[in-house]
Design a binder for this molecule. Structure first.
Ligand SMILES: *[C@@H]1O[C@H](CO)[C@@H](O)[C@H](O)[C@H]1NC(C)=O
Ligand SMILES: *[C@@H]1O[C@H](CO)[C@@H](O)[C@H](O)[C@H]1NC(C)=O
Length: 215
């Protein structure tokens, strides 16, 4: 286990404790929006985001360190020496963005709680790169009643030669309608080639919002 991954685990543990103990209304001060406001509007398919609007909404950035999720345009990358691969559609995506010292850190991107149905699934595109293999991490985690289940762990794609967007998908391991939260946990290191980006989050359901099967 690498030191940076140990640190990631430690920081994750701290962050999880932190998020469990901070009142919901204070968890997302970065965007200045209330989880309660969003909850009334969030339907499963509005989890979809290709980031072309320039906003991460309804995804919420609760990253605890100086690294944050930035909607970046391909034509104006923040870290000019290490642009991402060309997006397959559109020009915008969400990228882990560091300060000018490239300080490493944990990243969190989450939904509010919403009701999911058996057969529901999510897919998204991702690009993850690091100087050392496995150096950066991106996990998709499902939270039900404060219990976290890792749906996808993508750090094996984090290599110095990964220069492509890939698609990842996962169904939700639920057998009845369930209130759940989705969280991306990332760790971006401090090397210049370290990078994490997400695009084209797409909710895939066999059931409509009313709970009846799609035709
Ligand atoms: C989900 O949460 C809402 C609001 O708390 C509640 O009314 C509803 O019964 C819950 N649904 C399920 C399937 O647990
Ligand atoms: C949606 O999920 C179904 C079943 O898992 C799968 O066959 C289909 O390819 C998925 N569609 C998309 C757009 O991901």
């Amino acid at each position: 286990m690498s030191n940076s991954f140990r640190l990631f685990l430690a920081v994750t543990t701290i962050a999880v404790c932190w998020s469990n103990h901070v009142p919901v209304s204070r968890q997302n001060t970065r965007l200045g929006v209330s989880l309660v406001d969003i909850k009334t509007k969030l339907t499963r398919t509005s989890v979809n985001n290709d980031f072309e609007s320039g906003s991460p909404d309804p995804w919420i950035d609760t990253s605890p360190t100086s690294v944050y999720w930035n909607v970046e345009d391909f034509s104006t990358p923040t870290e000019v020496n290490y642009p991402p691969p060309t997006p397959s559609m559109g020009t915008k995506y969400l990228r882990a963005t560091r300060d000018s010292q490239l300080a490493p850190g944990l990243l969190i991107l989450r939904t509010v709680t919403f009701t999911a149905f058996p057969g529901d699934a999510i897919s998204f595109k991702f690009w993850i790169r690091s100087k050392y293999t496995g150096g950066n991490t991106l996990d998709l985690v499902l939270v039900i009643d404060d219990v976290e289940t890792t749906l996808l762990a993508l750090s094996s794609y984090s290599t110095s030669v990964n220069v492509e967007w890939r698609t990842a998908s996962s169904s939700f391991p639920i057998s009845t309608p369930t209130n759940l939260t989705l969280i991306f946990y990332g760790y971006c290191g401090g090397n210049s080639e370290d990078a994490i980006a997400i695009d084209d989050i797409l909710f895939n359901s066999s059931i409509t919002e009313q709970g009846t099967p799609n035709s």
